[in-house]
Design a protein around this ligand. Structure first.
Ligand code: PXL
Length: 271
């Protein structure tokens, strides 16, 4: 008899070293028992000769459509109900992905609103920020902004503490209608790593003691991927947020060393 696992598709970029991006998504899905498909949007290769800067190559928008066509033809709407959106990177890609989201409705659309990757200049975020907000955010049922993305999406100049992060989560919910998990990570001072969940009715601050004060690569992608997996498995949005927080905390504790500027989350640590 064939197996009937939960399914999820990620529309995301490759980060070659395997820390972030589609690689993190697929490993997270697999670890949580979800069958994953990938529509690749771009290829990021860090440049060790240039301070580990980002070499970024977008995938041709037609090829992105082709991948989504293949995946959605293979798995019908009853089988593939959950999609995660990671790094899109350019406005033509955002347009194409928005069009694809309009072609079939999904029960769960998790948007990790990746504006820039670690080490990139914030200026690169401005045009993608506007396009993502206008065209993709309306499809999202769940959105997972990090500190910088929460500032951009909420329009708040500075998010300095838990109170600000709560306000940002509320504003982003009001703007999108989506469940929001606003990530504080190491950017909010204090002993705990906090994330704020808000879905219009439930406000909850998820907190665990900080594992350290250093950023770990792949944490954001893996958190959103674990939310996606949870929703695909039938979690409520709040349950998915808790599952994801536990998963990422274990992965940060079990992080692997890298010669790049950041250690890397290990999805295999959560057993
Ligand atoms: O962490 C954000 C991110 C997402 N997707 C890709 C990336 C990165 C950061 O490096 O390369 C493809």
């Amino acid at each position: 008899m064939p197996s009937t696992p939960a399914f999820a598709m990620t529309i995301a970029g490759s980060e070659a070293t395997g820390g972030a991006g589609a690689q993190a998504d697929l490993k997270t899905f697999q670890q949580l028992g979800v069958f994953g498909s990938i529509a690749l949007t771009c290829i990021v290769s860090f440049d060790p000769k240039n301070n580990w800067g980002h070499r970024f190559v977008p995938v041709d928008p037609q090829v992105i459509s082709d991948q989504i066509e293949a995946i959605t033809a293979a798995y019908g709407p009853d089988q593939l109900k959950t999609v995660k959106i990671g790094m899109l990177g350019t406005t033509p890609t955002i347009d194409r992905v928005a069009a694809a989201l309009g072609e079939r409705s999904y029960q769960n659309v998790v948007l990790d609103p990746v504006l820039i990757c670690k080490g990139q200049e914030p200026g690169a975020a401005l045009d993608t920020d506007t396009a993502l907000t206008e065209k993709v955010l309306p499809f999202a049922t769940f959105v997972t902004p990090n500190h910088f993305e929460s500032e951009q999406l909420s329009g708040m100049a500075r998010i300095n503490d838990e109170h600000d992060l709560v306000e940002a989560a509320k504003r982003i919910h009001d703007k999108s209608g989506a469940a929001v998990l606003a990530k504080g990570g190491v950017r909010i001072p204090g002993p705990d790593a906090i994330d704020v969940f808000y879905d219009g009715t439930t406000l909850e601050v998820l907190r665990v003691p900080k594992v350290g004060e250093h950023v770990v690569a792949g944490a954001g992608c893996s958190l959103a991927a674990a939310v996606t997996a949870g929703l695909a498995l039938g979690d409520s949005p709040l349950e998915a947020a808790h599952r994801a927080k536990d998963f990422v905390t274990a992965g940060i504790k079990g992080r692997v060393e890298s010669n790049a500027p950041f250690d890397v989350l290990w999805q295999g640590a959560a057993r």
